[in-house]
Design a protein around this ligand. Structure first.
Ligand code: SOE
Length: 392
């Protein structure tokens, strides 16, 4: 069967650029996609770095200007993998040029930008069937997608508690260098937007409910960091005798929240939880049972079924590696686990399938905007200590 091409143009080439490139390459090899992604062009201001990523993942061409992607007839979709300060400009221009958009999280750096993006996405969908999606990839971890299915099927009943944490430790060293993730102008916020956004999205996705009210606090533990150093991954080692520059974002956030379904919730995100490398945890307690997930054990979903005879009750560790589990049909024989990168591959699978079928992919820009409103409400609450409305 010949499949139509889906021409992809990507903006950005670093960590997320590599993760997305890998996903565009891998998805059609493991899943029957209705369209064949073609890696047409990679845009990046640093042409040497962009060319290195392009070569590694066999992108057909490289340009220093993302605007060049919008005028190409062989590019149908723009994949935005840049820091948050550029998302609104690129996404809105791409939608107005009639291109589908996949935009990395968080959707934007401010509610105003996110509102403009959501409006542009709505207008483009109405005018030309163009679609926009935000990259909250953890929704596509099989154990998380399976948790959503159990909640939607009513297996844990009415949700009483949501407990979410995102624990990392890559800033624990006070001499780790000052990178763009620590600059408010580029990143919008710190732990709040970078990783707090993930647990806000995940909690809303799995519960099926929206956060309506929050009360939170933010902390910046280390206020200056070396401007030079050897960056590695997202952290690195700073030059200790180098000049230090100001950290303009939060290092950690904690907040209380109320959901529209009545759930009572706590959230915590930090880059200082020594020993916790990527501890994205979600626990939900309902009237009929509970679910618990930790990304550091990402192939497992813990499920407590309160409808079982009391003598047999207890948390069950479901190893989410069977063909009946979401996304597993494309991969290895039963029992063989998946990793971080597979969420990105599943994101491509869902996006391409929805585009081919003319459906709105999730999370939409409207979903991204709802997360942005929660982040802004937490910041506002941290400033004066009050409870803040988080819905639009
Ligand atoms: C750094 O905190 C980071 O790379 C985030 O930016 C990603 O969104 C998350 O998936 C892993 O951690």
């Amino acid at each position: 069967m010949t499949r139509p091409d889906l021409g992809v143009g990507m903006v950005g080439y670093a960590f997320m650029g590599a993760a997305h490139s890998h996903a565009w390459r891998t998805a059609p090899e493991f899943f029957e996609l209705p369209m064949r992604p073609r890696l047409r062009a990679l845009a990046g201001r640093n042409v040497d770095a962009a060319s290195a990523t392009a070569q590694r993942f066999e992108w057909e061409s490289v340009t220093p200007r993302w605007q060049d992607l919008l005028t190409r007839d062989d590019v149908d979709l723009i994949d935005i993998c840049t820091p948050g300060d550029t998302h609104a400009e690129i996404a809105i221009a791409a939608l107005e040029a009639g291109k589908h958009v996949l935009c990395e999280k968080p959707l934007a750096n401010t509610v105003d930008e996110a509102e403009r993006m959501a409006k542009a996405a709505e207008a483009a969908a109405q005018a030309s069937g163009v679609r926009a999606m935000v990259g909250f990839t953890y929704r596509r971890t099989p154990a998380v997608a399976y948790a959503r299915r159990l909640v939607a099927d009513g297996r844990i009943g009415t949700i009483r508690h949501v407990r979410a944490q995102y624990l990392q430790d890559w800033l624990s060293d006070e001499n780790a260098p000052l990178t763009w993730r620590l600059d408010k102008n580029k990143a919008g916020s710190g732990a709040l937007g970078d990783i707090g956004a993930h647990i806000v999205d995940l909690a809303q996705f799995v519960s099926g409910d929206r956060i309506v009210r929050v009360n939170g606090m933010l902390e910046t533990f280390v206020e200056t960091r070396p401007v030079e150093g050897v960056a590695s991954g997202i952290g690195g080692v700073g030059t200790t005798d180098a000049e230090r520059g100001p950290v303009t974002v939060d290092d950690a956030v904690a907040f209380l929240a109320r959901f529209d379904g009545g759930a009572f919730a706590t959230f915590e995100a930090t880059r200082y939880a020594s020993g916790r490398r990527n501890g994205l945890r979600l626990e939900i307690n309902g009237t009929e049972g509970s679910l618990a997930f930790d990304f550091e054990d990402m192939n497992v979903l813990n499920f407590y079924d309160a409808t079982q005879p009391s003598a047999e009750q207890g948390f069950r560790r479901i190893i989410v590696t069977q063909p009946e589990h979401p996304y597993l049909e494309g991969w290895w024989p039963p029992g063989h686990g998946l990793g971080y990168e597979h969420g990105f591959t599943h994101q491509v699978v869902d996006l391409v399938t929805d585009l081919a079928e003319g459906r709105q992919p999730h999370p939409s820009f409207a979903d991204g905007l709802s997360v942005q409103r929660v982040l802004a409400a937490v910041e506002s609450s941290a400033a004066d200590g009050g409870w803040k409305e988080a819905s639009g």
